[in-house]
Design a protein around this ligand. Structure first.
Ligand SMILES: *[C@@H]1O[C@H](CO)[C@@H](O)[C@H](O)[C@H]1NC(C)=O
Ligand SMILES: *[C@@H]1O[C@H](CO)[C@@H](O)[C@H](O)[C@H]1NC(C)=O
Ligand SMILES: *[C@@H]1O[C@H](CO)[C@@H](O)[C@H](O)[C@H]1NC(C)=O
Ligand SMILES: *[C@@H]1O[C@H](CO)[C@@H](O)[C@H](O)[C@H]1NC(C)=O
Ligand SMILES: *[C@@H]1O[C@H](CO)[C@@H](O)[C@H](O)[C@H]1NC(C)=O
Ligand SMILES: *[C@@H]1O[C@H](CO)[C@@H](O)[C@H](O)[C@H]1NC(C)=O
Ligand SMILES: *[C@@H]1O[C@H](CO)[C@@H](O)[C@H](O)[C@H]1NC(C)=O
Ligand SMILES: *[C@@H]1O[C@H](CO)[C@@H](O)[C@H](O)[C@H]1NC(C)=O
Ligand SMILES: *[C@@H]1O[C@H](CO)[C@@H](O)[C@H](O)[C@H]1NC(C)=O
Ligand SMILES: *[C@@H]1O[C@H](CO)[C@@H](O)[C@H](O)[C@H]1NC(C)=O
Ligand SMILES: *[C@@H]1O[C@H](CO)[C@@H](O)[C@H](O)[C@H]1NC(C)=O
Length: 637
């Protein structure tokens, strides 16, 4: 016997109070010169009693050209072992190898992204060490740390990064599958709290590319195929991360990849030359702008252009980061975006990634020099160069008169204003002991675990086989699962399907391994299983009633599984425990997800659809929004 729990929403009793969003003091509410005991030894820009615009004016007036150039770059660095400043990872800079420390005290960078995960306390200690290093620079400009998404459950690290101790949700597709802006805001609020605890103040998300090309390689971290659904999600996420105004407990957002990386030709990823084209043969560019308009209206602070270049529009066929009519014309003038534009990583310099030299993503302007590329990016209206440290190019552009220093000031002012608004100048350290308590705390982890369960999307359920009854004596055969783990969950596991009452098959959307190890992180190519794999699946399905559990990081083309398996689940990143709880309806857990994209019936249908147009595969296997409910609870034995 077991008792189904109350509805999930009744479980959401906050175990710890979320920090209220405090916003920065606006200029109107503080006097330029504090009346009470001014400390004449504090420089105006370091004086928290002055208003931000005055502090910015003061700081900018003190900066050398080199110090300004340093602000224009954000570079990935690792958090060092045991929370130390990493001294092993080398980046080549003009024939010299640099580590973290000289990036701060020689190149004068103050923006970094970190993608590895340490235990929370060490992560916070690392962050504090980085800030202490920055305090030793001439102007003491605090460091801003950014991160790619790191809150998804993953068996293996893919294009989102290791979650370590952070709470584990499904990928953002799973948030979209639940269709709830309230949940999306709560999700972002939890990420914000965990980021704040370790000093991460910039989220390199939401990724609001609309998946109109089913093969699009980075679909997993999007909100799917529907621009309106994506728009409702991005508004909720920005509210959760930033609050209504950017303040001392906000995390700033970098909405990406403008103007939408969905229409990738053949789905090939735009990190690589074979994926440089976005095609707009359906004339649907405006559809992809819907979520960006929503993000701008919601006050999203930063936007990242896509690597790709547009084919089939009125715009020049050069990568969006170099594309002045797109960045200045469309994004700034037409859509009215006044925030920071940060380029995607590596537009200028060829760089080694996991041991392989990857070319600069200067798509359509490959033959330009590095200096010309830097100028084009600035001229396009981009404020900051991602994944680069080429400060000397900026200095040269100004000294040689190609770019006026006032152009740098426009971007530097915005970038520093962000630090002031986030409160980094006034409160630059975090409490490492508190980080240990906040990150992955039982309440946050539970919401993540619950969301993994709820996002489960039930695609087929022949003869209502699900939910399985928790009958003692049933025998299970499992592929793609750790059998010892299932045994530890008190299931009787047998070693062949013939001996089993039920079989479980856990798999993932097919993809083609192409090229370098880095490229293989982006799942490209066919979405269907090959003949060998299909034969093996059929043999299993013919031997025993099989529950298939497929990771949908792209819309799989699996008509034969829908036809032959006893039941088919899609998930978007979920633990084995989440799967079992949903399969057995344990504590009342049931699939609530609805497909965030349509699932095509064949690769021919995929090849025939138009890359920029949604919902246009012929006779899809499952439509957008498909998702069955359990029609009965699991019965007691
Ligand atoms: C003034 O600021 C300096 C530097 O932050 C500090 O060391 C000193 O104690 C302050 N003096 C007063 C009177 O607040
Ligand atoms: C990290 O900390 C552990 C435990 O204190 C210690 O044994 C190890 O030597 C440290 N590693 C490094 C590289 O400092
Ligand atoms: C920089 O470091 C890399 C990786 O260790 C090494 O292969 C290369 O030779 C170094 N280059 C210089 C100039 O020291
Ligand atoms: C999206 O929303 C717009 C404005 O509300 C509406 O006109 C349009 O039909 C919607 N599109 C879809 C696919 O729901
Ligand atoms: C996509 O990548 C594959 C594999 O590298 C290549 O064969 C194909 O031509 C690419 N498509 C385009 C449009 O470049
Ligand atoms: C770049 O130069 C190569 C070799 O000179 C040429 O084949 C190619 O078309 C040029 N590419 C562009 C975008 O101009
Ligand atoms: C979340 O799920 C994981 C994996 O099943 C489990 O180990 C962990 O205890 C769960 N945490 C909470 C707070 O429920
Ligand atoms: C499989 O599960 C068992 C029991 O939980 C665990 O000890 C073991 O490490 C797991 N193996 C793998 C490869 O994850
Ligand atoms: C498995 O069964 C044992 C013995 O009845 C029980 O103590 C344990 O809690 C069960 N474990 C799970 C994961 O249900
Ligand atoms: C089918 O895919 C598997 C990987 O799952 C691969 O090992 C095998 O070589 C492929 N077979 C054919 C015929 O392409
Ligand atoms: C499934 O249940 C939800 C919530 O009760 C309901 O809105 C939806 O219409 C149901 N779907 C189907 C296919 O019955």
């Amino acid at each position: 016997m077991f008792t189904p729990s109350a509805a999930w929403s009744n479980l959401l009793v906050s175990a710890i109070a979320l920090a209220p969003l405090a916003s920065a003091v606006p200029c109107s509410s503080c006097s330029p010169t504090p009346s009470t005991s001014p400390n004449s030894t504090i420089l105006p820009y370091l004086n928290s009693q002055l208003c931000i615009q005055d502090r910015l004016d003061d700081l900018l007036s003190r900066m050398t050209l080199e110090e300004k150039a340093g602000q224009l770059f954000i570079k990935q660095i690792p958090a060092g072992i045991n929370g130390t400043i990493d001294s092993t990872t080398l980046v080549l800079d003009q024939g010299r190898n640099l580590t973290t420390a000289p990036l701060i005290n020689e190149k004068l960078l103050s923006h970094f992204n970190v993608n590895n995960a340490l235990p929370a306390k060490q992560m916070a200690e690392w962050y504090n060490r980085i800030q202490r290093l920055a305090l030793e620079t001439r102007l003491q400009i605090p460091v801003t740390i950014a991160s790619d998404p790191r809150h998804a459950f993953a068996d293996t690290v893919g294009s989102s990064i290791a979650s370590g101790q952070f709470s584990k949700f499904p990928e953002s597709l799973g948030i979209a599958a639940l269709r709830s802006p309230e949940l999306a805001e709560q999700y972002a609020t939890i990420i914000r709290e965990e980021y704040l605890a370790v000093g991460i103040r910039s989220a390199l998300q939401p990724q609001i590319d609309v998946v109109t090309e089913p093969r699009m390689a980075r679909s997993g971290q999007t909100f799917g195929e529907d621009a309106n659904l994506t728009a409702s999600m991005v508004v909720a996420l920005i509210k959760g991360f930033q609050g209504t105004e950017l303040g001392h407990t906000s995390v700033t957002t970098v909405t990406k990849h403008f103007p939408g990386a969905g229409p990738a030709r053949n789905g090939n990823d735009s990190h690589f030359a074979t994926g440089k084209d976005n095609t707009y043969f359906g004339d649907f560019l405006n559809y992809h702008l819907i979520p960006f308009r929503a993000a701008i209206a919601a006050g999203g602070r930063q936007i990242m252009p896509s690597y790709a270049r547009p084919i089939g529009t009125k715009y020049p066929e050069v990568a969006f980061g170099f594309n002045k009519p797109v960045i200045t014309g469309l994004l700034r003038e037409e859509l009215g975006f006044e925030g920071i534009v940060v380029s995607d990583w590596g537009l200028i310099t060829d760089q080694a990634i996991i041991g392989v030299i990857e070319p600069a993503r200067a798509w359509g302007v490959e033959n330009t020099t590095e200096l010309e590329r830097a100028k084009m990016v600035l001229d396009a209206g981009v404020d900051q160069f991602g994944g680069e440290i080429r400060t000397e190019l900026i200095v040269q552009l100004v000294i040689e008169g190609h770019v006026p220093e006032s152009r740098l000031d426009v971007s530097v002012r915005k970038l520093l204003e962000e630090k002031f608004l986030l409160g980094l100048f006034d409160n630059r350290f975090v409490d490492a002991e508190a980080a240990e308590r906040v990150v992955g705390n039982p309440y946050f982890a539970r919401i993540g675990n619950e969301t993994q369960r709820r996002a489960y999307t039930l695609l087929t359920n022949k003869q209502d086989i699900l939910p399985l009854r928790p009958t003692d004596g049933n025998k299970f055969y499992a592929q793609g699962f750790n059998s010892s783990y299932l045994s530890a969950r008190n299931l009787t596991v047998v070693d062949s399907p013939e001996k089993a009452d039920f079989c479980f098959l856990r798999t993932a959307t097919p993809w083609e391994a192409r090229g370098s190890p880095f490229r293989q992180r982006y799942h490209e190519g066919r979405l269907d299983f090959n003949a060998t794999e299909r034969a093996a699946h059929s043999a299993l399905f013919n031997s025993c009633p099989t529950i298939v559990d497929i990771l949908l990081d792209r819309p799989a083309v699996i008509p034969e599984i829908a036809e032959e398996a006893a039941a088919l689940f899609g998930h978007y990143g979920a633990s084995v425990d989440a799967f079992l709880d949903v399969v057995f309806n344990k504590d009342g857990w049931k699939p609530e997800g609805r497909l965030p994209f349509e699932m095509p019936r064949s690769m021919e249908a995929v090849e025939e659809q138009v890359a920029d147009v949604p919902f246009d595969t012929v006779d899809p296997l499952f439509r957008f929004g498909h998702g069955l409910n359990y029609t009965r609870p699991a019965l007691c034995s």
